[in-house]
Design a binder for this molecule. Sequence first.
Ligand code: ADP
Ligand code: MG
Length: 727
Amino acid sequence: MATLRFKALEYATNRQAVPVSRPAEKISDYFGVNVFGKKAMQEYLPADVYKQLSHAIETGSKIDESVAEAVAAGMKSWAMGKGATHYTHWFQPLTGATAEKHDAFFEPDGDKALEKFKGSALVQQEPDASSFPNGGIRNTFEARGYTAWDPSSPAFIIETHSGKTLCIPTIFVSYTGEALDHKTPLLKALAAVDKAAVAVCEYFDRDVTRVSATLGAEQEYFLVDKALFSARPDLIMSGRTVFGHSPAKGQQLEDHYFGSIPPRVHNFMLDFETEVLKLGIPIRTRHNEVAPGQFECAPSFSEINLAIDHNQLLMDVMNRVADRHNLRVLFHEKPFAGINGSGKHNNWSLITNTGKNLLSPGKRPKDNLLFLTFFVNTIMAVYEHADLLRASIASAGNDHRLGANEAPPAIISAFLGSQLSAVLDSLEKDTSLIEKGDNMYLKLGIDKIPEILLDNTDRNRTSPFAFTGNKFEFRAVGSSANSALPMAVLNTIVAAQLEAFKTEVDALIEKGTKKEVAIITVIKEYIKVSKNIRFEGNGYSDEWVEEAAKRGLSNVKTTPVALDAYVSEKSRALFQAHGIFGERELEARHEIYLEEYIKKVQIESRVMGDLAMNHVIPTAVAYQNKLIVNVKGLKDLGLGEEHTQSTLETIKEISTHITAIKTKVDAMTEARKVANNIAHSRERAIAYCDDVKAYFDVIRYHVDKLELLVDDEDWPLVKYRELLFLK
Ligand code: ADP
Ligand code: MG
């Protein structure tokens, strides 16, 4: 095994940056060339078809058959003109990856061949989907799922070694109509928040007819050399290193952050950026992250459904392009112990069809009331449904990251910044009665909320949900996650909150209260009620854990328990009232997420057992034998205890660690057997968490100690210092 490590190191050391070239000088020359977007549609669709399609996209209305037929024909000509030979419905099943099933445009027709793509093939497909997770919704005998075209996300062409394929974004539902994917509930949640927000906007501006939720997802990731990756079975199997002693130099110097990007990495970035820009993904920033080997990229924000398709696509492209650069991308939340993990900060806001960002304070006092309305309702929603937000980011990977003194804690709280905290505090304390003729804004002190709140000194990087001037940043989302889930939850809870708000305000208006006064009255009440969710201090500190407990905030540290929030009475009622998930869909999802958790921990546990027993212990024993021979030799030479003592100590130390590892791995295997026999998935997941995973740290401790004792020449696993510092 050590041979593999040294071979891999030789490869890695000799790597050069792979040259890349951009297709044109200006990005605008190739941005979106592989997307069937507005420009391509105008060129390839008859004018009336283009108009009808655009209208349907804007309003979410149905597309009739003849339009679909014409769109399919246009799409086919466009795609074939670009060299595509196949098409596929592209969807996001609950596996966490994206799925495709390619069909050729080509169809045999007698002894001729025709290139065909019918409207019906664009609109709907029936992939045999029995191997996708369904949480018991679909029996295998009715293994058909349907994919249905989502015209709001444009089709695109993917180029791989096997050729070019036209990809059509779709939803994925069961035979009986239940969602089997991430997109379906997201689209429903976006429709719900649109409706609720428009209704509230009517108090302020009747021109608002549509509110879109926006997302800018910052993507963190690690890069490791391909050969080194291949020499770490734990990375291959579980995406993270289960063993590895911290290197002498970790991230304590923080010299990697915003440092210069290593040449190999730089070329990889240029290369994948080019690919995603061609796919219309507005990627903008790139930089090193805090930990060695860690990087980040972010696109400009867009409407959420599109932003999430883009993020999924981005991750696919990054994986593919990395291969060309002899690199592997690690999207896992915590690939390495002892240094930072990775997140996917979800920057979120609401923007009207009139171009107004509802979470951005405006110039006029009236705009500030509009801003405060959406701002306070969002905080109230987070307060009301903190547990559900926590559930939406729960995963085995993220459990390693949340609360690990470097990432947002598992306690959900909201950070507002000092200026806005002061505004809310003074509103809360204000008891003035608004009289007719008063300038309400002046009296309440909300006439002068500064228009520009962005102030980098006032950033809280320890908050899971932080206001950053004109948007909220949901920082607790894991780097490997599909943001559709947290975004479906966030938009649903905000929709529900806005509806409740409207009901209360309307009731006051009905009783004769002036509209603005009614709004401010309800806002003031919300500020009081939701106060406990606000936290401006250091979210990584122990004091916060104590303080949060005093405030009665939840601190759910592990996934199996966090997932309970999906199926609580409150969540069921919420999801059903807004048509996001039916009873069966919720149960199914709960089941799927539990199963996923169990499988992940199970795989890690097996990898750990295998590496410990078959790689680490034999290596340690072999090295120990060398030492024994050495001691015997010294004794044979007649050398006394003072010469053999230290080696004997090492021999004993090695024995202690070997014994501990063997005992703990055996016990862990037993715990796994017991857990596997638990029928109920929630209890099984908890057993995996409490009884199986509990051995991880202690086994690791002893293995990492052996890493320090055993001759470097013999050690089988690529070490952290070798993995983390790319050229
Ligand atoms: P940071 O200081 O957190 O890196 P940036 O200004 O770089 O802040 O923005 C981070 C992300 O937030 C980017 O993807 C950006 O497009 C996105 N963003 C900015 N404004 C909005 C908005 N109104 N809605 C959603 N995302 C936004
Ligand atoms: Mg950020």
